[in-house]
Design a protein around this ligand. Structure first.
Ligand code: ZN
Length: 153
């Protein structure tokens, strides 16, 4: 553990603010409830194998309607991140990490998420991360943590 990590312990999953949960629709319920299965899912076109996010009923690449939720590995890479130090609402804890991650299965398949189990000072662009889920009410929020073994499946 580095000195920075001692001063600022890893951001724990419980500390990430979750006041506003996503509104579930017919198109996105599979995405927000995929954590129930333990696997991250995205809509994928079965005709051309293109992942589509946010979910759409038609593939924007080949116009096929053969799109359906498919599981991915849950592996990703940090594309960008910011450390939030501001307590925006009473009861929230700072600092926490907001990140954009690119899903391993496809270039530019990205999620805005929170990095957890990671000291703010140890976050890096390009770092390997993996999904974990934060179950709140009827949604399973996909969060990401450092992937200690990026070669595993
Ligand atoms: Zn397609």
């Amino acid at each position: 553990m580095t000195d920075a990590a001692k001063d600022h312990p890893p951001v724990a999953i419980e500390s990430v603010p979750r006041r506003h949960l996503p509104r579930l629709t017919d198109e996105n319920t599979f995405f927000w409830q995929a954590g129930r299965t333990g696997r991250l899912h995205f809509t994928r076109c079965d005709a051309c194998e293109f992942y589509v996010h946010p979910p759409l009923p038609i593939c924007p690449r080949c116009k096929s309607r053969q799109v359906a939720p498919r599981a991915v590995s849950g592996k990703a890479t940090v594309v960008s991140y910011t450390i939030n130090h501001q307590v925006w609402e009473r009861g929230l804890e700072a600092p926490y990490l907001i990140a954009i991650v690119e899903i391993a299965e496809q270039l530019c398949l990205r999620l805005t998420t929170n990095l957890v189990n990671c000291a703010p000072e140890e976050a890096r662009i390009g770092m390997a991360v993996r999904v974990l889920f934060d179950h709140r009410e009827d949604v399973w929020l996909p969060l990401f943590e450092p992937d200690v073994d990026p070669t595993s499946t």
